[in-house]
Design a protein around this ligand. Structure first.
Ligand SMILES: [Fe+2]
Length: 159
């Protein structure tokens, strides 16, 4: 039987990245209207792009892993800051929002495990991009902006 699934070093993702330029882009439509949260989102996008650039440049698996771990740690801090803000505001959807954060944290954990086991293969980097990009855009534009509107109604800033 042919062993077509045998693992080998996969560098074809470099071509994919150069062709499609996988980057996450922050735009005004993602503005929550609370400066601290907007700034953290922008920093989060920068960290994710640093990870993608590292993959694109063919950096060592250790470097790619380090950047992904760094991204995961930043996400955890950011989520807890957001949840603290919601708590302070008395935001009624806090529990549902927290569950969404936990769902994302699980996705990141799964990606970390795959990264540790497989290294930065094309499949994995594509999956990370689609999962993280899709989730962040959807989450920020809907759930985080709802928090921003609520903060505006209450005339509260994150300061
Ligand atoms: Fe959020």
């Amino acid at each position: 039987m042919l062993d077509g699934r045998k693992r080998r070093r996969d560098t074809s993702f470099l071509v994919t990245f150069r062709e499609f330029g996988m980057k996450i882009a922050w735009g005004e439509y993602l503005s929550v209207g609370v400066a601290e949260i907007d700034n953290q989102h922008k920093a989060l996008f920068e960290k994710f792009n640093a990870f993608l650039t590292s993959c694109e440049n063919g950096n060592s698996a250790d470097e790619v892993r380090r950047l992904f771990w760094f991204l995961g740690a930043y996400v955890a801090t950011h989520f807890s800051d957001e949840e603290r803000l919601m708590q302070r505001l008395g935001f009624p959807e806090l529990q549902r929002h927290r569950e969404a954060h936990q769902d994302f944290a699980r996705k990141v954990t799964t990606l970390k495990e795959r990264l540790a086991a497989e290294g930065p293969t094309q499949d994995l980097i594509s999956a990370a991009f689609l999962t993280i990009n899709g989730w962040l855009i959807e989450h920020i534009s809907r759930m985080d902006r709802a928090v921003g509107r609520f903060a505006l109604e209450k005339n509260v800033s994150a300061a």
